[in-house]
Design a protein around this ligand. Sequence first.
Ligand code: AHG
Ligand code: MN
Ligand code: MN
Length: 354
Amino acid sequence: MTSTDHNGFSTSTGSGDSLNEIRTDIVTLTRFILTEQSARAGTTATGDFTLLLNSLQFAFKFIAHNIRRATLVNLIGLAGASNATGDDQKKLDVIGDEIFINAMRASGKVKVLVSEEQEDIIVFEGDGRYCVVCDPIDGSSNLDAGVSVGTIFGVYKLQEGSTGTIEDVLRAGSEMVAAGYTMYGASANLVLTTGHGVNGFTLDNALGEFILTHPDIRIPKSRSIYSVNEGNTVYWDTATREYFESLKIPPAGGKPYSARYIGSMVADMHRTLLYGGIFAYPADVKSKNGKLRLLYECFPMAFLVEQAGGLATNGKQRILDIVPSQIHARSGIFLGSELEVQKVVEYYNKHESV
Ligand code: AHG
Ligand code: MN
Ligand code: MN
């Protein structure tokens, strides 16, 4: 017996007793991208993006595999070095970076690569037309405790006539053509935008394929959850401090907000996209330009959140309008549900006009 479920997938029930319900027409990531591209026929699709995405998928699967066995094969702990922005590298930061670089080189479709773990841009041989920016392992301080970490990435097209320079990536986030992350949790979850909404895929380990499980993710318009490292309160500016204080004062007959902070941007943003609320890492007197990096943390997440119907700001400016001054440039950031982020902007407006 065959029927169609609410996502439009065909399902088959073997014996008529519904315990045996199995999906037989699943949408893999590759199928999804091919369908999306043909739906936009008339564009100049060459198949290059599909091939790039295949290499990205491979990197995510390979990193997921290493994270899953990390404790057993002595992959936890420090590597004994620090990266371009001064963070101590974990062994998995180094391995994740190597996996990512090799996969992007092998795709033949990437010209310029920026990685959190590399001081300079990498320019590959060949005639790749894409630039990829990445945080190979985000939330690595959480690795040894088995808490969810992720990989964040963004994609630009090489500029017309360019042979691959830093100018190809020192561009506003609004120029990205795709972005996403994979969260390595109970399963590997890939969340992707190509500028036409947001879709979520879950890795089926047996099939080795990312399967569309969360079509057309929309972030709730509001939700009483905030996610921020509140230990930094003493360093915050007045607007930020007043805003977060206001969330703890319940409206008449209502409840104060709930606090949720994992300390892995990918995991905190995954929850924020699905449940709603706000995630923030504000600039403060200790980190004058914030902590999170524009190219491979703020831009991809801002792109996703806007495509899901939310907002992303530094308090004064839309994140995607910022042009980074260098590849590891940072920014303060507030992002999430539209109505929650609007409140922060109101606090910033109020304090600017004083
Ligand atoms: P990374 O592991 O790539 O260096 O990123 C860590 C980031 C981000 O994942 C997280 O939101 C933030 O650092 C947490 O910072 P605090 O420990 O200062 O709260
Ligand atoms: Mn990170
Ligand atoms: Mn990282």
